[in-house]
Design a protein around this ligand. Structure first.
Ligand code: NAD
Length: 436
């Protein structure tokens, strides 16, 4: 099935067939299970629920580039627009060797839910290239980014679909994307991507926004379960843009970051790691491995660390049922997208461990991306204090609405977030009606 799909550029309405063809419990299956849980709460809107189970549009592109040694390599790229009922598509672009169409579909769907849960005027989209960017030179990375942007140029644009950074992509890559799109249309379209460098229409506060959102929602959740941040022990998986910033903000609020795990290994320090020192080490050595002032965590040890707050901020599918059973934390803050498998969600729920779901917890990035897009349109830029104040207000407000929904329906926060979001998406769908 997947081979057949690759022969076509545009694939619509094949989502379920495709996901079953993958034959494993991947992220799209996780997302579908989350939708199944919300449908009983949708009342008459459930009539439209099938919309949520199908990406609107999925584009697979071939990205050939000339390597520095003169050879030619082909990379596989994707851009999926899951739902555009509430506005243009919005979602990041990921560079990772494990990227698949199925993963990008799930990530795009979570963007639909996230944007609606927070009340941003966007649909959901996501992109990716199946590549290990660490193996490319800077020039090769630029050529690949530009060719990918050109290939997906037929469906992106400031009013169509606006990419942003995700795993292994950054402001420089957004600058190349913006420039390539602009060259192709013969103008300068800063609003085609967000997460750009500030001098190219980027927004102050964007780099730290996702980690900041994890902190803001975590602080709100902690207050509600009577957990003091001062002295609370925090374990973080992933020490990149999201995990690194979240760790920094929790440490600044008096919490102790006791464990960090990334793709190079895990480290532990009972009385708290020096986050600034660790950041410098990670910058220099591209990972936590080799950090001197900590014990090394072996294998699964990270998941059993004594802590109050666990922040998975790496990749999806990390919190399995087995890991959920052994978890010591009082709450899980989902910095990553889709880190908790549905079975693990049940275990955490039974054990009374609060999960602040990705669709609200890591929505700080897309919220400031929205601010960036608005600033680009108006060519009028805000101060960082203004941005942080608006971010806190929007995310704090969205958190309260979801908390109250969870309370009213007696459901976990994830289901509540999906109820709030899916109602908004399906109301828009119903009001727009079907064309023709
Ligand atoms: P990043 O590339 O800056 O960092 C990724 C981190 O994950 C690194 O520390 C890496 O070592 C670690 N990692 C990778 N594979 C791992 C593995 N197998 N085990 C343990 N750690 C591993 O990426 P990021 O932007 O921080 O994104 C992290 C997560 O947050 C992703 O799920 C992403 O979709 C999500 N997210 C990012 C943003 C954003 O604005 N960057 C917004 C919302 C959600």
């Amino acid at each position: 099935m997947r081979e057949n799909l690759k022969q076509h550029d545009l694939v619509s309405g094949q989502a379920q067939t495709l996901s079953f063809a993958t034959g494993h419990e991947g992220p799209w299956q996780t997302y579908l299970a989350q939708v199944d849980r919300v449908v009983p709460y949708l009342g008459p809107l459930a009539r439209w629920a099938e919309t949520l189970r199908r990406p609107k549009r999925a584009l697979i592109v071939d990205v050939p580039i000339e390597m520095d040694d003169g050879s030619v390599r082909h990379f596989e790229g994707f851009r999926v627009q899951h739902n555009l009922s509430r506005g243009p598509g919005k979602g990041g672009v990921r560079y990772h060797p494990d990227v698949t169409l199925e993963e990008v579909m799930a990530l795009s769907a979570w963007m639909t839910v996230k944007n609606a849960a927070v009340g941003l005027p966007y649909g959901g989209a996501k992109g990716g290239i199946r590549v290990d960017p660490a193996q490319l030179s800077r020039k090769e990375l630029e050529r690949m980014t530009r060719r990918y942007t050109s290939e997906i140029g037929i469906i992106i644009g400031p009013q169509q679909d606006i990419p942003a950074p995700d795993v292994n992509t950054n402001p420089q890559i957004m600058a190349w994307m913006m420039d390539t799109y602009s060259m192709n249309i013969g103008g300068t379209a800063t609003g085609v991507v967000t997460g750009k460098p500030v001098q190219l229409g980027g927004s102050l506060g964007r780099v730290k926004a996702t980690g900041r959102g994890v902190f803001v929602t975590g602080r709100e959740a902690a207050r509600r379960i009577g957990l003091k941040l001062e002295g609370a022990r925090v374990a973080v998986q992933g020490f990149g843009n999201v995990g690194g910033v979240a760790a920094e903000l929790f440490a600044a609020a008096g919490a102790k970051v006791v464990a960090v795990q990334d793709h190079t290994g895990g480290i532990y320090k009972a009385d708290g790691l020096d986050v600034a020192r660790l950041s410098a080490h990670v910058q220099a050595r591209h990972g936590v491995a080799g950090y001197a002032d900590a014990e090394v965590l072996q294998g699964e040890e990270f998941w059993g660390v004594d802590c109050e707050i666990l922040i998975p901020a790496a990749l999806e599918g990390q919190l399995t049922q087995a890991r959920a059973r052994g978890l010591k934390a009082r709450m899980v803050l989902e910095g990553a997208n889709g880190p908790t498998l549905p079975g693990a969600d049940d275990v955490l729920n039974e054990r009374g461990i609060l999960v602040v779901p990705d669709v609200i917890c890591n929505a700080g990035g897309v919220t400031v991306s929205y601010f960036e897009w608005v600033q680009d349109f108006s060519s009028f830029f805000w101060s960082e204090d203004e941005i942080n104040a608006r971010l806190d207000k929007i995310l704090g407000g969205a958190f309260v609405a979801i908390w109250e929904t969870a309370d009213r329906l007696k459901v976990p926060l994830r289901t509540a977030a999906f109820v709030v979001a899916c109602e908004r998406v399906l109301e828009a769908r119903a009001e727009r009606g079907l064309y023709p």
